[in-house]
Design a protein around this ligand. Structure first.
Ligand SMILES: *Cc1c(COP(=O)(O)O)cnc(C)c1O
Length: 407
């Protein structure tokens, strides 16, 4: 479809496009496109005629061939104006981006539609991901759609409904007695022997590109304007990296002009490394023992490139804040009374808005977009099926496979 390559966000080195998301210097490799060529061949008004999925931005996604696209109809989610919140909080405009309406019930659909398409194009047939839940079920769904094998490892306190989703999509499903980084270590350790591709956050270039479409869409839906503030529930942070990248690309294409939004990263107070890093200037992942929050998309003690996320938030003149479980619950009820089913992460953005409006960081004349990244139903109490093995190490996983007669 078009030419693209990668540049390191840390050392600025440019390399040929590959499936690696990491530079030798430890930085994140971001995809770059031939913007001149796109600018001269695509006019933004032509997008109107395109399918109502994120693939309407295909020139800005890193596939060589259109036939590689693996889609379940993700993206082009509604952007709802929230009049009652505008009145109540005395702020000019509030919108909610309804990401829970994606095919797998969270915006993780976007990341995995592009990642699985990309991996398929490059001949990968077995994928694995460490996740707090939504990335696992999204990957499992897209792998199933692409007729690829998949394995997922989630924490043992992951919402049972999400575990059930993974099983129904046919993924080899494990729960780890630990956190998302423990799951990641197990996948890393098993990569050679199992032959799976580690599709964790920022391990490969596809996920940021898919998440980027949230930013592209926001601009298009607002008539090529952007809000003053974007409030985003942040865990690993690839959504922030993606949207920031989207806005840079839109500027290069001259499809937008002027001021970019301030990013607000909201985290839950029981695990808020980005909030702390922004305040102290140093990134210190909290030790597992001190983490007290539930395993939502916000509980990522050790994000793969937290420095980049913090740098983007700062550069946008944004901020980061922690909200309590209690504030999240209240915001969830408030969203519900406005007709919107929100996950704890999605509701956290409203809790953040309330705090920032009260404190005056967001002023009366401003416009704000909240990202409702998933819906409430996934988090209902549910006992996971007993058949899912609990592991602590890669050796446990092998042991389970041997018992199951596979290896
Ligand atoms: C993954 C996830 C997040 C965090 O997103 P990042 O882009 O990884 O920071 C927020 N909300 C939900 C529902 C998620 O699944």
């Amino acid at each position: 479809m078009n030419k693209f390559w990668q540049t390191c966000a840390r050392c600025a080195r440019t390399v040929r496009f590959s499936l690696s998301g990491r530079c030798g210097c430890g930085g994140t490799l971001l995809v770059e496109y031939d913007m001149e060529r796109i600018r001269s061949t695509v006019h933004k008004s032509a997008l109107k005629e395109r399918p109502a999925t994120m693939w309407r931005y295909k020139e800005l996604l890193p596939l060589a061939r259109e036939q590689s696209i693996v889609t379940l109809g993700e993206g082009w989610t509604p952007l709802l104006s929230m009049k009652p919140l505008e009145r109540k909080l005395n702020v000019r405009q509030v919108w909610v981006k309804r990401e829970e309406q994606n095919p797998t019930g969270s915006f993780k659909s976007r990341g995995f539609s592009s990642t699985i398409s990309l991996l398929k194009e490059h001949g990968i047939d077995y994928v694995a991901v460490p996740s707090n839940g939504n990335a696992a079920s999204a990957m499992a769904a897209y792998a199933a759609r692409a007729e690829m094998r998949s394995a997922v490892i989630v924490p043992k306190d992951c919402p049972g409904i999400i575990i059930e989703e993974c099983l129904r999509y046919g993924a080899s499903t494990y729960v780890v007695d630990g956190m998302i980084h423990d799951a990641s270590r197990i996948i890393e350790e098993g990569a050679q022997e199992q032959g799976w591709f580690h599709a964790g956050t920022l391990k490969e270039p596809g996920r940021v590109e898919g998440k980027k479409t949230m930013g592209l869409e926001l601009a298009e839906q607002l008539g090529w304007m952007l809000p003053d503030v974007i409030i985003y529930p942040t865990g690993g942070g690839s959504g922030i990296v993606g949207m920031w990248k989207a806005f840079q690309e839109l500027l290069q294409l001259k499809w937008i002009g002027g001021k970019l939004p301030r990013f607000v990263s909201v985290q839950e107070a029981g695990c808020q490394p980005l909030v702390d890093a922004l305040r102290t200037g140093a990134f210190v992942p909290p030790s597992t023992e001190t983490v007290t929050s539930k395993p939502t998309g916000l509980r990522v003690p050790n994000p793969p490139d937290g420095e980049l996320v913090v740098q983007i938030v700062k550069q946008s003149q944004g901020t980061a804040l922690g909200v309590t479980a209690e504030q999240i619950r209240e915001a969830q009820m408030q969203m519900g009374r406005l007709g919107i089913s929100s996950s704890p992460e999605g509701a956290a953005t409203l809790a953040g808005l309330i705090q920032l409006r009260e404190g005056g960081w967001i002023t009366r004349g401003e416009s704000v977009v909240l990202f409702n990244t998933s819906h409430a139903d996934k988090y209902l109490p549910w006992t996971p099926p007993a058949a899912v093995p609990v592991i602590r190490s890669y050796e446990d996983l092998r042991e389970h496979q041997r018992k199951a007669g596979r290896g």
